[in-house]
Design a binder for this molecule. Structure first.
Ligand code: ADP
Length: 207
């Protein structure tokens, strides 16, 4: 099993790259944002609670998203790997993900971060807001709050994976196809390392 965490601030291109990666590597895409929006669309109690926080650009409680990821892992036992998009967003989520994956006898192979500056993010998200229908993409104040929440609560998750020698950062500004090739090259390196030394769980790949 090959599991990848795609990381970066809102608007960095994680969703776009995930769509290309799941097709190339036959991975199951797990986006906590998408899972939460599905709950909202179904009108569940969880969805109603989450919507208030999401519309304000704040994080949903850890136990809510961890529960959703746990269920998704349990219902996709035949998957050849997962791409986590928008999760983990806190160190507590990262620790839970390790525990959940261990239950399925697997690990995170690598985290790949897409780096994009705030002004470009705001521009992209306001543009996306014209068609996405997402309330959190239509208000500049909320967009900037999401970027601040990313910087203060989420960015530190990179250190968690760096400590495990699994962290890689890429420039998220450029052609979608070029960035896709760069991400693919990193995944291919990890896959090759895993094939050579499965027990080492790909810790030794150089950035
Ligand atoms: P974006 O990356 O553009 O912010 P997402 O679809 O990943 O969009 O997330 C939208 C919102 O859903 C977030 O602002 C947050 O409120 C909530 N959310 C998504 N994933 C998580 C998570 N792992 N932990 C807490 N809240 C989350």
């Amino acid at each position: 099993m090959h599991n990848i965490v795609l990381f970066g601030p809102p608007g960095a291109g994680k969703g776009t790259q995930s769509q290309k990666l799941i097709a190339k590597y036959n991975l199951v895409h797990l986006s906590t944002g998408d899972l939460l929006r599905a709950q909202i669309a179904e009108g569940t109690e969880l969805g109603l609670k989450a919507k208030k926080l999401m519309d304000e650009g704040l994080l949903v409680p850890d136990e809510v998203v961890i529960g959703m990821i746990g269920s998704a892992l349990a219902t996709n036992t035949q998957a050849s790997g997962f791409i986590f998009d928008g999760f983990p967003r806190t160190t507590a989520q990262a620790e839970s993900l390790d525990r959940l994956l261990a239950r399925h006898h697997t690990t995170v192979a690598c985290m790949i971060a897409l780096e994009v500056g705030e002004e470009e993010l705001v521009k992209r998200l306001l543009e996306r807001g014209k068609t996405s229908g997402r309330p959190d993409d239509q208000d500049e104040t909320k967009i900037r709050r999401r970027v601040t929440v990313y910087n203060t609560e989420t960015a530190q998750v990179a250190s968690y994976y760096a400590a495990q020698h699994k962290f890689h950062a890429l420039n998220g500004i450029g052609e979608i196809e070029t960035i896709f090739q760069q991400i693919s090259a990193l995944i291919d390196q990890h896959k090759a390392a895993q094939a050579e030394a499965p027990a080492a769980a790909t810790n030794e790949v150089k950035a």
